[in-house]
Structure formats: C-alpha cells, structure tokens
Write a protein that binds this ligand. Sequence first.
Ligand SMILES: C[S@@+](CC[C@H](N)C(=O)[O-])C[C@H]1O[C@@H](n2cnc3c(N)ncnc32)[C@H](O)[C@@H]1O
Length: 251
Amino acid sequence: MNTLPASGAPTATPAEGALQNATGTEASSFAPACTPDGLALYYAHRAGEFEEAYRIPERKADLAQLADLLRELVAGERVLEVACGTGYWTQAMAATASTILATDINEPMLALARQRNYGRARVEFAAADAWHLEGRAGDFTTGASMFWWSHLPRSRISNFLTGFHACLQPGARVVFADHLPTDCRWMPPACVDAEGNTYQRRCLHSGEVFNIIKNYPDESEVRAALAGLATEVHYTRLANVWLLDYRAVVT
Ligand SMILES: C[S@@+](CC[C@H](N)C(=O)[O-])C[C@H]1O[C@@H](n2cnc3c(N)ncnc32)[C@H](O)[C@@H]1O
C-alpha cells in the first residue's frame, strides 16, 4: 500500500555511504535505509495501530498533564495543527479552542481523526504536507504540532518553522511537544546519518520494518533552533516529554 503523494517526505537525503549504525560500523545493505524519506509511508501503514502508543501505562500521567497544559494554551484560539495523526491532541485542544484546522499528509490518519467527537469546537481536517504549507495561511492565532519536531531533519528545522509561521497571524502562539530521550530508552538508535539525525528501527504488526528519523533534541538545541524565529519562549519538561510554546516571528 503506497497512498502517499510524491511530495510526502523531505527530500534531503544523506550522502550515500555516509550512514553508520549506532556502533559506528557500516549499515548492512539489506537493512531498511536510514533516510528521512520513509517517514510518511511508515505512518500511513501504522495508522491502525498508532494509538497503542497512547495506551502504555507509564505514559498516562504525562499525557494527562500535557493535555491540561495544551487546553490552557489554546483556549479561545483559532488553531492550525500540523501532523495531527489520529486526532488525539486535536480532541484535547477542541475542549477549549475556538476553531481547529487539523492537517496531516496521510489519509488513513485523517480518516481515523474524523471519527472522533470534538464537542462544540469547529474542527475541520485537510490533507497537507508539512513541508509544503503554502496555501494554508489563514487567520490562525495558534499553530500546534505534537510529536512532530523529533521527525524533523536537523538541517531543515528552520525551513519547516519558517513555512509554518508564514501560515499564522503575526505574533501567533506556537506549541510543540515531543519525547525526552528517557521516553524511548528502550528503543536505541539503529543508525545515525551524516548530519547527526538518529533513526529508530520500527516494526509494524504486519512485519514491515522501517528505520524512521527520531531525534531527541535537548532544551538548548530546541532554543537554538528558534533563534530569530520566536519570542517569549517557554520550555516545560515533564517526566518523559517536553512542551514548548512561544510567539512566532514571521520572517
Ligand atoms: C508521531 S505522529 C504524530 C501524530 C499526532 N500529532 C500525535 O501526536 O498523536 C507523526 C504524524 O506525522 C504525519 N506525517 C508524516 N510526514 C508528514 C508530512 N510530510 N506532512 C504532514 N504530516 C506528516 C504522520 O502521518 C503522523 O500522523
């Protein structure tokens, strides 16, 4: 099954031969490639089993706290959400937001997201590639993207942020959350590419195996990535996840 548009993934690919596995030896030729390219396809195939990650008991407390913080941050706001997945966080935001346009590149994800109950908030969905948000600009007072930052190739973070901010009102609030390294200590990197992006080996119930880009930036790296692009930056550390909110500077 390959339902993805051709533009579904970043195009920056590390130079051939530059890949190493976590022990520093060359990646074997039959292993899935360690490039950012397979990410969208991986999630298209994972859609039906995606929410299992939200049922892990150790994550429960963080998820509840994150939902509370998120609901506070988006109260009364008109939200553009990128990479919404199955709508888990869309639903949390819908409790207090005024409107939400929730986007994702994968129709199987959006189909699941559409099935949720969003109460009184006006929630709409659209297929959109996070790397090509041109045409999505609107009167959004908040941009949100949950558990997406870790999938950004390091060299393309500012590129993504610039495109995302351009869709929002000047000075809009922007919210991200993602995993701290502690959350995935049971899944060490399978390999590291030439620019330092780390990849995890992920197996689906079907037996398919993907190496997907998954970085664990610390607070200083996140703050550095925002240089010149943000004001009023707040970084909150929970047990296993971080939450970031700031005001976007439109460049
Ligand atoms: C880690 S999941 C996060 C989903 C949701 N935000 C959540 O936290 O539950 C990453 C999501 O990114 C989506 N995705 C992957 N590549 C994308 C792209 N180029 N543009 C937009 N969404 C993409 C996947 O379909 C998937 O839903």
